[in-house]
Write a protein that binds this ligand. Structure first.
Ligand SMILES: Nc1ncnc2c1ncn2[C@@H]1O[C@H](COP(=O)(O)OP(=O)(O)OP(=O)(O)O)[C@@H](O)[C@H]1O
Length: 282
Protein backbone atom coordinates (compact mmCIF):
# COMPACT_ATOMS: atom_id res chain seq x y z
CA UNK A 1 0.00 0.00 0.00
CA UNK A 2 1.12 3.55 -0.66
CA UNK A 3 1.62 6.01 2.20
CA UNK A 4 0.85 9.03 0.02
CA UNK A 5 -0.96 9.27 -3.30
CA UNK A 6 -1.46 12.67 -4.86
CA UNK A 7 -3.23 12.94 -8.21
CA UNK A 8 -3.79 16.10 -10.24
CA UNK A 9 -3.36 18.48 -7.30
CA UNK A 10 -3.77 22.18 -8.06
CA UNK A 11 -3.81 25.17 -5.75
CA UNK A 12 -3.90 28.74 -6.99
CA UNK A 13 -2.71 31.82 -5.10
CA UNK A 14 -2.97 35.28 -6.57
CA UNK A 15 0.48 35.17 -8.14
CA UNK A 16 1.46 31.52 -8.00
CA UNK A 17 -0.03 28.11 -8.53
CA UNK A 18 0.88 24.49 -8.18
CA UNK A 19 -0.52 22.70 -11.16
CA UNK A 20 -1.44 19.08 -11.75
CA UNK A 21 0.94 17.78 -9.07
CA UNK A 22 1.00 13.99 -8.82
CA UNK A 23 3.27 11.85 -6.71
CA UNK A 24 3.23 8.45 -5.06
CA UNK A 25 5.16 7.52 -1.95
CA UNK A 26 5.14 3.75 -1.42
CA UNK A 27 5.64 2.26 2.03
CA UNK A 28 9.27 1.59 2.92
CA UNK A 29 10.52 4.50 0.83
CA UNK A 30 12.19 7.86 1.54
CA UNK A 31 11.24 10.46 -1.06
CA UNK A 32 13.32 13.62 -1.37
CA UNK A 33 11.25 16.58 -2.52
CA UNK A 34 13.46 19.20 -4.13
CA UNK A 35 12.96 22.53 -5.85
CA UNK A 36 14.10 26.13 -5.69
CA UNK A 37 12.81 28.68 -3.19
CA UNK A 38 9.19 29.34 -4.00
CA UNK A 39 8.81 26.27 -6.26
CA UNK A 40 5.76 25.03 -4.35
CA UNK A 41 7.12 22.41 -1.93
CA UNK A 42 5.51 23.79 1.23
CA UNK A 43 2.25 24.48 -0.62
CA UNK A 44 2.16 20.85 -1.80
CA UNK A 45 2.95 19.54 1.69
CA UNK A 46 0.30 21.73 3.30
CA UNK A 47 -2.30 20.49 0.81
CA UNK A 48 -1.31 16.88 1.55
CA UNK A 49 -1.89 17.55 5.26
CA UNK A 50 -5.13 19.39 4.59
CA UNK A 51 -3.68 22.54 6.19
CA UNK A 52 -4.49 24.24 2.89
CA UNK A 53 -7.57 23.62 0.81
CA UNK A 54 -6.65 22.44 -2.70
CA UNK A 55 -8.62 23.58 -5.75
CA UNK A 56 -8.52 20.26 -7.60
CA UNK A 57 -7.01 16.83 -7.20
CA UNK A 58 -7.19 13.79 -4.99
CA UNK A 59 -5.02 13.10 -1.97
CA UNK A 60 -4.89 9.78 -0.16
CA UNK A 61 -2.87 8.88 2.92
CA UNK A 62 -2.57 5.15 3.64
CA UNK A 63 -5.23 4.66 0.96
CA UNK A 64 -7.78 6.94 2.61
CA UNK A 65 -8.86 10.51 2.05
CA UNK A 66 -7.86 12.62 5.05
CA UNK A 67 -11.39 13.89 5.57
CA UNK A 68 -12.62 10.27 5.84
CA UNK A 69 -10.53 9.54 8.94
CA UNK A 70 -8.54 12.63 9.92
CA UNK A 71 -7.83 11.77 13.58
CA UNK A 72 -6.85 8.19 12.84
CA UNK A 73 -4.60 9.19 9.92
CA UNK A 74 -2.92 12.06 11.80
CA UNK A 75 -1.98 9.64 14.63
CA UNK A 76 0.15 7.87 12.02
CA UNK A 77 1.96 10.97 10.75
CA UNK A 78 4.83 12.98 12.21
CA UNK A 79 5.31 16.44 10.74
CA UNK A 80 8.19 18.92 10.81
CA UNK A 81 8.03 22.39 9.30
CA UNK A 82 10.97 24.73 9.07
CA UNK A 83 9.30 27.45 11.13
CA UNK A 84 8.30 27.44 14.81
CA UNK A 85 5.20 25.43 15.48
CA UNK A 86 4.75 26.07 19.22
CA UNK A 87 3.88 29.28 21.11
CA UNK A 88 6.97 31.19 22.27
CA UNK A 89 6.45 30.83 26.07
CA UNK A 90 6.42 27.00 25.92
CA UNK A 91 9.48 24.93 26.78
CA UNK A 92 10.15 21.25 25.86
CA UNK A 93 8.78 20.03 29.22
CA UNK A 94 5.51 21.93 28.80
CA UNK A 95 5.29 20.74 25.21
CA UNK A 96 5.35 17.17 26.56
CA UNK A 97 2.25 17.86 28.72
CA UNK A 98 0.48 19.31 25.74
CA UNK A 99 1.38 16.56 23.25
CA UNK A 100 0.50 13.79 25.72
CA UNK A 101 -3.10 14.92 25.53
CA UNK A 102 -3.04 15.21 21.76
CA UNK A 103 -1.67 11.81 20.74
CA UNK A 104 -2.87 8.42 21.95
CA UNK A 105 0.55 6.88 21.35
CA UNK A 106 2.66 9.71 22.79
CA UNK A 107 5.76 8.07 24.30
CA UNK A 108 7.03 10.28 27.13
CA UNK A 109 10.26 8.38 27.72
CA UNK A 110 11.14 8.25 24.01
CA UNK A 111 10.50 12.00 23.72
CA UNK A 112 12.88 12.80 26.59
CA UNK A 113 15.39 10.25 25.31
CA UNK A 114 15.48 12.05 21.95
CA UNK A 115 15.82 15.46 23.61
CA UNK A 116 18.72 14.21 25.69
CA UNK A 117 20.38 12.69 22.64
CA UNK A 118 20.04 16.02 20.81
CA UNK A 119 21.15 18.08 23.87
CA UNK A 120 17.97 20.15 23.83
CA UNK A 121 17.58 22.04 27.14
CA UNK A 122 14.25 21.18 28.75
CA UNK A 123 13.58 24.48 30.50
CA UNK A 124 14.41 26.98 27.77
CA UNK A 125 11.38 28.49 26.06
CA UNK A 126 10.84 28.38 22.31
CA UNK A 127 12.03 31.98 22.21
CA UNK A 128 15.26 31.14 24.02
CA UNK A 129 16.14 28.03 22.00
CA UNK A 130 18.42 28.43 18.98
CA UNK A 131 17.05 27.62 15.53
CA UNK A 132 18.93 24.32 15.48
CA UNK A 133 17.57 23.38 18.91
CA UNK A 134 14.01 24.23 17.85
CA UNK A 135 14.47 22.05 14.80
CA UNK A 136 15.69 19.13 16.88
CA UNK A 137 12.77 19.65 19.25
CA UNK A 138 10.36 19.55 16.29
CA UNK A 139 11.93 16.31 15.11
CA UNK A 140 11.62 14.77 18.60
CA UNK A 141 7.95 15.82 18.69
CA UNK A 142 7.38 14.32 15.23
CA UNK A 143 8.88 10.97 16.26
CA UNK A 144 7.59 10.64 19.82
CA UNK A 145 4.17 9.27 18.94
CA UNK A 146 5.71 6.50 16.80
CA UNK A 147 4.21 7.52 13.45
CA UNK A 148 4.37 5.40 10.30
CA UNK A 149 4.92 8.35 7.98
CA UNK A 150 7.13 11.40 8.44
CA UNK A 151 6.41 14.52 6.40
CA UNK A 152 9.37 16.85 6.79
CA UNK A 153 9.67 20.31 5.29
CA UNK A 154 13.34 21.31 5.35
CA UNK A 155 14.09 19.35 8.56
CA UNK A 156 17.85 19.79 8.36
CA UNK A 157 18.02 23.46 7.43
CA UNK A 158 19.87 25.57 9.98
CA UNK A 159 21.62 22.56 11.50
CA UNK A 160 25.37 21.97 11.60
CA UNK A 161 26.80 19.00 9.63
CA UNK A 162 27.30 16.84 12.74
CA UNK A 163 23.71 17.23 13.94
CA UNK A 164 22.45 16.82 10.36
CA UNK A 165 24.24 13.52 10.18
CA UNK A 166 22.77 12.39 13.52
CA UNK A 167 19.31 13.28 12.28
CA UNK A 168 19.78 11.49 8.97
CA UNK A 169 20.83 8.42 10.96
CA UNK A 170 17.70 8.72 13.06
CA UNK A 171 15.60 8.80 9.89
CA UNK A 172 17.43 5.71 8.66
CA UNK A 173 16.69 3.95 11.96
CA UNK A 174 13.05 4.95 11.56
CA UNK A 175 13.07 3.24 8.16
CA UNK A 176 14.14 -0.12 9.66
CA UNK A 177 10.42 -0.82 9.92
CA UNK A 178 9.36 -1.66 6.36
CA UNK A 179 5.92 -0.13 6.79
CA UNK A 180 7.44 3.32 7.43
CA UNK A 181 8.06 6.07 4.88
CA UNK A 182 9.32 9.64 4.69
CA UNK A 183 8.55 12.61 2.46
CA UNK A 184 11.48 14.97 2.94
CA UNK A 185 11.75 18.39 1.33
CA UNK A 186 15.21 19.92 1.32
CA UNK A 187 17.57 22.28 -0.44
CA UNK A 188 20.47 20.25 0.88
CA UNK A 189 20.62 17.78 -1.96
CA UNK A 190 23.63 15.99 -0.44
CA UNK A 191 21.42 14.97 2.51
CA UNK A 192 18.92 13.52 0.08
CA UNK A 193 21.66 11.80 -1.87
CA UNK A 194 22.60 10.02 1.35
CA UNK A 195 19.19 8.74 2.33
CA UNK A 196 16.50 9.18 -0.34
CA UNK A 197 15.25 6.30 -2.49
CA UNK A 198 13.15 8.53 -4.79
CA UNK A 199 13.62 12.13 -5.87
CA UNK A 200 10.70 14.34 -6.85
CA UNK A 201 11.57 17.67 -8.40
CA UNK A 202 9.14 20.57 -8.53
CA UNK A 203 9.79 23.71 -10.57
CA UNK A 204 7.45 26.70 -10.76
CA UNK A 205 4.60 24.66 -9.34
CA UNK A 206 4.96 21.71 -11.73
CA UNK A 207 6.54 18.33 -11.14
CA UNK A 208 9.49 17.86 -13.50
CA UNK A 209 10.32 14.32 -12.48
CA UNK A 210 9.63 11.81 -9.76
CA UNK A 211 12.12 8.95 -10.13
CA UNK A 212 14.16 6.44 -8.24
CA UNK A 213 17.39 8.15 -7.18
CA UNK A 214 19.60 5.33 -8.44
CA UNK A 215 17.87 5.42 -11.82
CA UNK A 216 18.45 9.20 -12.07
CA UNK A 217 22.11 8.94 -11.16
CA UNK A 218 22.70 6.03 -13.54
CA UNK A 219 20.56 7.23 -16.43
CA UNK A 220 21.94 10.76 -16.49
CA UNK A 221 25.58 11.76 -16.90
CA UNK A 222 27.68 14.89 -17.27
CA UNK A 223 29.57 15.46 -20.50
CA UNK A 224 32.46 17.95 -20.36
CA UNK A 225 34.18 19.00 -23.58
CA UNK A 226 33.93 21.51 -26.40
CA UNK A 227 31.23 22.44 -28.91
CA UNK A 228 32.77 20.27 -31.61
CA UNK A 229 32.55 17.16 -29.44
CA UNK A 230 29.09 18.10 -28.30
CA UNK A 231 27.90 18.03 -31.94
CA UNK A 232 28.62 14.30 -32.00
CA UNK A 233 26.02 13.70 -29.27
CA UNK A 234 22.45 13.19 -30.55
CA UNK A 235 20.32 16.27 -29.64
CA UNK A 236 17.67 14.01 -28.08
CA UNK A 237 20.26 12.75 -25.57
CA UNK A 238 21.02 16.26 -24.32
CA UNK A 239 18.87 17.38 -21.40
CA UNK A 240 20.64 20.65 -20.58
CA UNK A 241 23.71 22.64 -21.58
CA UNK A 242 25.91 25.10 -19.70
CA UNK A 243 28.63 27.06 -21.45
CA UNK A 244 31.54 29.01 -20.11
CA UNK A 245 34.37 30.81 -21.97
CA UNK A 246 36.40 27.70 -22.78
CA UNK A 247 34.24 24.66 -22.42
CA UNK A 248 30.78 23.26 -22.47
CA UNK A 249 29.01 20.94 -20.03
CA UNK A 250 25.88 19.00 -20.75
CA UNK A 251 23.53 16.74 -18.87
CA UNK A 252 22.99 13.77 -21.15
CA UNK A 253 21.13 10.48 -21.17
CA UNK A 254 23.90 7.95 -20.75
CA UNK A 255 22.15 5.22 -22.73
CA UNK A 256 21.90 7.44 -25.83
CA UNK A 257 25.53 8.58 -25.92
CA UNK A 258 28.36 6.80 -27.73
CA UNK A 259 30.67 5.09 -25.25
CA UNK A 260 33.80 6.82 -26.62
CA UNK A 261 32.87 9.87 -24.55
CA UNK A 262 33.98 9.81 -20.98
CA UNK A 263 31.00 10.78 -18.92
CA UNK A 264 30.86 11.62 -15.24
CA UNK A 265 28.28 10.60 -12.71
CA UNK A 266 26.11 13.62 -11.86
CA UNK A 267 25.00 14.79 -8.45
CA UNK A 268 21.32 15.40 -7.71
CA UNK A 269 22.17 19.10 -7.58
CA UNK A 270 23.60 18.97 -11.10
CA UNK A 271 20.54 17.16 -12.44
CA UNK A 272 18.38 19.86 -10.86
CA UNK A 273 20.53 22.80 -12.04
CA UNK A 274 20.87 21.54 -15.60
CA UNK A 275 17.16 20.87 -15.78
CA UNK A 276 16.30 24.40 -14.67
CA UNK A 277 19.18 26.49 -15.99
CA UNK A 278 20.45 24.35 -18.81
CA UNK A 279 17.40 24.76 -20.98
CA UNK A 280 15.92 21.29 -20.48
CA UNK A 281 12.56 22.73 -19.46
CA UNK A 282 10.24 23.79 -22.23
N1 LIG B 1 -0.68 32.23 1.68
C1 LIG B 1 -0.14 32.58 0.53
N2 LIG B 1 -0.73 33.51 -0.26
C2 LIG B 1 -0.20 33.84 -1.46
N3 LIG B 1 0.93 33.31 -1.97
C3 LIG B 1 1.56 32.37 -1.24
C4 LIG B 1 1.06 31.96 0.03
N4 LIG B 1 1.89 31.02 0.52
C5 LIG B 1 2.87 30.85 -0.40
N5 LIG B 1 2.67 31.65 -1.46
C6 LIG B 1 3.51 31.73 -2.68
O1 LIG B 1 3.54 30.46 -3.29
C7 LIG B 1 4.83 30.23 -3.85
C8 LIG B 1 5.33 28.89 -3.40
O2 LIG B 1 5.61 28.93 -2.02
P1 LIG B 1 6.07 27.65 -1.21
O3 LIG B 1 6.23 28.07 0.20
O4 LIG B 1 5.15 26.53 -1.51
O5 LIG B 1 7.49 27.33 -1.88
P2 LIG B 1 8.67 26.38 -1.39
O6 LIG B 1 9.06 25.54 -2.57
O7 LIG B 1 8.30 25.66 -0.15
O8 LIG B 1 9.80 27.46 -1.09
P3 LIG B 1 10.99 27.50 -0.02
O9 LIG B 1 12.00 26.51 -0.49
O10 LIG B 1 11.49 28.88 -0.13
O11 LIG B 1 10.43 27.17 1.33
C9 LIG B 1 5.69 31.41 -3.47
O12 LIG B 1 5.75 32.28 -4.58
C10 LIG B 1 4.95 32.06 -2.33
O13 LIG B 1 5.16 33.45 -2.32
Amino acid sequence: MNSIEVKGLSKKYKEFQIEDVSLTLPRGVIMGFIGENGAGKTTTIKCILNLLQNDTGEIRLFGKKLEEAEIEIKEEIGVVFDDILFPEPLNPTKINHFMKKLYKNWDVSYYFELLEKFHVPLKKTMKELSRGMRMKLSIAVALAHHPKLLILDEPTSGLDPIVRDEILELFQDFMQDESHSILFSSHITTDLEKIADYITFIHEGKIQFSEEKDYLLEEYAIFRGDDQELKAIPPTAIKGIRRNAYSVEALVKRSEVNTIFSLEKPTIEEVMLFTVKGGALK
